[in-house]
Each structure stands twice: as C-alpha cells, then as structure tokens.
Design a binder for this molecule. Sequence first.
Ligand SMILES: [Zn+2]
Length: 286
Amino acid sequence: MYKLNITNKIEREYSEALKEILLTPTTKKFNARAKRYFSFIKNNLAITNKKEIEKLIIGKDIHLLVQKYGEFDSVERQVYEIYENMRKVFGYRLVKLLNIKVCPYCNRNYITNFANKTTVTLDHYYPKSKYPYLAINLHNLIPVCSTCNHKKGNDSFKIYPYKESIDDYITFKFSWFNDRKKLGFFDEKSLKLEVRLKKRSLGTWDYKKYIEDNYQNHKDIIAEILKRQEMYPQSRIEELYEQFGGRLFSSKDELLGLVHCNFIDKKDINKRPLSKLTKDILEQVK
Ligand SMILES: [Zn+2]
C-alpha cells in the first residue's frame, strides 16, 4: 500500500485494547498508570472536558490538536510509562493490521514482528517529549526501522505516512563519473547517486542528506538494474509477456518488476525494500 491506512477495523481493535491499557479489569475504572498520565496532561493543559481528553487519545486530526495545544517544555515519567504499556499491548497488532513490511521513512529496511512480539519501533510523528498528549494516539504512531527512529530523534518530520509517502518527496537520479570508461560501464564506482527534492521543508532533520548518504550503499543495485535493462530490452519483455502474460502476470509492469526483483508500482512501495529506488532508476532509463 502506497499510504498506510488506519482502517475502521484497526480503530475498533484499538478501542478494545485501550480498555486493557487504561482500566483495572475488576473495577473497570482507570488504573493507577492511566490516572498518573491523565492528571499530568490535565494539569498542564487545563482540560476537564471528557470529550476533549478522548480526542487526544483517539482523535484523527493530530495536526489540529498540535496547533491547539502546542509544545510542552518538559515531560514526566508517566508519559513514557503509559506509552510502553500501550506498545506492549497493541504494538504487535498495529504492525500486523497495517500490513506494513518496509520502513515508510527510508524504504530501505524491513520492519516485521518476530515470534508474536513487537520487535518494530514505533515513531511518534509528533515526539512524545514535546507533545505528550499524543503519546498513545494511534494516528501519531508510525512503525519505522530503528535507524530512522534513532536518526529522527525528537524532530517533527514532514512525511506523514498516513497521508503520503517517500515518493511524494524525493526522486533518485543517477549519473556517471567521468572516468566510467576506465572503471567499466556497470561498475558501481562509476555511478553517482543523488536525491532531488520534490517538496521543500522537510522539518529540521536533513532528510535529503540522510537518504542520499544511506543510499550510497546501494549503488550496486543500480548497476544490476542497468545490466538487466541491457539483458531485457523492451522487445524481450514483449516476447515474455506474449508467452506468460495472463497466466503469470497481469501487466507488463508486473513482469518488469519480477525481472528486477522488486515492485515498481507506486502503490506497492511499502512492500519491499528499495522499491522506490528501483522504480525511479527504471523511470530514468526507460
Ligand atoms: Zn527507516
């Protein structure tokens, strides 16, 4: 899926999970952890209205909530405590229900659960250290790889994977260094890779540089794509589609994706690592 989607089913399951996170099973009243958390939030935001508190936990428009309530200067232990419990109870389910396999920030690393436990890190799109009132709001939680989570830190980042993807923000472009004849046409050392921004203002974290630096490790993939392009010119693709289309593939793009061992359709970008890179390089050489 191109964008992550919090479906009605996910919302329903989260409402159920919240009972476990916030209530004492016998009395059905707030447990001690929830009381500590809500009193911290209420004291700092001066909210008494129950509906408004509910909005902080399940409200969809987190951007509006941030505009309304702004940043906290400091955050107390109870915020981390409630989040950790939420992650323990629902983290595994969230990753499974979102059907996400690859980090939506970098499109480089797999993010998968392991042995029925959440081994995926959840990034707070609006960091809990500044916006503690969104610490357990589903719409603020993004499953990401640990490299991105660590790198992003407390930055509020502009790619919001529930609305858009890496494909909306950047394009990969390759070129050759001048000495490519000496090194060989398909030698990764001959290749230069750069990231071009489609949209400006990506938060204070230098996302463009982060992606560009990390992807220098994947120039071998570009060299392989270029080799396969030589081996499978359009005429060969047509031939293969003639032979296998309909039975093995529903489109020529699907066949081309198999040739390049990746998904090349924008809608499948979160299914396999480096699909964005593969897609952009193929678009460039087409
Ligand atoms: Zn990542």
